[in-house]
Design a binder for this molecule. Structure first.
Ligand code: C2E
Ligand code: MG
Ligand code: MG
Length: 348
């Protein structure tokens, strides 16, 4: 490495005779200026832990790629501005000031208002009518290629900017909803990181936005992923409860793939359960997926939770969910995430 001096080094986490974490540790001990790209087929949580480990060892992480990855993901990792020289500001390994190149890019994206939203419709499975939109963050890199939320949201979190992301997404969503005039009753769902539920800043932010845009809080849905919601369960309980007190709906996103126990779930005051799209994708072809969805729907009914399925890509899946009594539906079959302008046309 010292002779070759590459700009980037892709490290697989699982290799025949050594593991990537060991390599990361070794790299931090030698004096080498290289951007690391972590590549693995491992679970996303493992990848995330590896990224954190590399950060803490003072390495510059240009990207984290889950195998199989797409070409554009690799391109995005390779084109993160190498001049955002960031092997660190003050001090190096493990210090607060450390930011990855991606984190610098994100900070800049906020400053230049480059974070946009896409809106994806949800319909009632009772009558097919529009019930609301989910707002999803969108970021297009300088090369014109989109950077996936799954890639930048963790970096936004580690850059300490997650509150800002929620605020930007909410503000753009409410600005749009406000301009929609006649169609005043659909809901807006935003994704909130469990990190944001550690303090009550989010409550003041939401209060202020709803006030400013004359948006009734009972039209707002906050989506939190199951595993996160439960792992930060005690800290989050207060804020979750305070959101419910404002009549804001709370949805458990990606339900079924996390690690929560039923007891924990029943204790948190959620109002909606959103079945993970991995089950929905296989609903009509896998006996197991079908059984799981039936069980989830039964459990939700028992707990008095509304149900929504995400990732519906065809009519057969749509019909099956309708027959199983799921309340609402979201997915490419109904509508892809789209720009606010396109969403306005979609409503018409
Ligand atoms: P999510 O909240 O579960 O969002 C649904 C994801 O499924 C979106 O991916 C959407 O584009 C995709 N999707 C929708 N319908 C279909 C379908 O029929 N088939 C398939 N294959 N996919 C479908 P996206 O936009 O890439 O977002 C990924 C995740 O990033 C989101 O998952 C959410 O957890 C997170 N995210 C997005 N925006 C934000 C944000 O503003 N804040 C936070 N904290 N997280 C966000
Ligand atoms: Mg969501
Ligand atoms: Mg989801």
């Amino acid at each position: 490495l010292q002779n070759f001096s590459p700009t980037h080094l892709a490290i697989d986490l699982i290799m025949p005779s050594l593991d990537g974490i060991g390599v990361i540790r070794k790299l931090s001990e030698i004096d080498i200026d290289v951007s690391v790209i972590i590549v693995s087929g491992a679970d996303p949580r493992v990848l995330d832990a590896a990224r954190r480990s590399a950060n803490e060892h003072g390495l510059r992480v240009a990207g984290v790629l889950r195998k199989p990855f797409r070409r554009k993901e690799l391109v995005a990792a390779l084109t993160v501005d190498p001049d955002a020289r960031d092997r660190l500001v003050s001090s190096g390994p493990g210090h607060e000031g450390y930011k990855s190149a991606l984190e610098y890019k994100i900070q800049e994206a906020f400053e230049r208002d480059l974070i946009k939203i896409a809106l994806q419709p949800k319909v009632s499975l009772l009558d097919g009518k529009l019930v609301g939109f989910e707002a999803l963050a969108r970021w297009t890199g300088e090369n014109g290629l989109p950077i996936e939320p799954d890639q930048f949201v963790p970096a936004v979190e580690s850059a300490g900017l997650i509150g800002r992301l929620t605020e930007v997404v909410l503000e753009k969503s409410l600005t749009w909803a406000n301009g929609c005039g006649n169609h005043k009753n659909f809901s807006i769902a935003i994704n909130v990181s469990a990190l944001s539920l550690q303090t009550d800043h989010i409550l003041q932010m939401i209060d202020g936005m709803c006030e400013e845009y004359k948006f009734s809080p009972d039209r707002l849905i906050v989506e939190i992923t199951e595993s996160e919601a439960v792992s930060h369960h005690t800290d989050a309980l207060d804020v979750i409860t305070q959101l419910r007190l404002r009549k804001i709906d709370l949805s458990i996103d990606d339900f079924g793939v996390g690690y929560s126990s039923l007891v924990q779930l029943a204790r948190l005051p959620f109002s909606e359960l959103k079945i993970d799209r991995r089950f929905i994708a296989e609903l009509t072809t896998s006996h197991e997926a079908h059984a799981i969805v039936v069980a989830i729907l039964g459990m939700a009914r028992g707990l008095g939770l509304r149900t929504i399925a995400e990732g519906i890509e065809d009519l057969e899946t749509y019909n099956t969910l309708q027959a199983l009594g799921c309340d609402s539906a979201q997915g490419f079959f109904i509508g892809r995430p789209m720009s606010p302008e396109a969403a306005s046309r979609w409503i018409e």
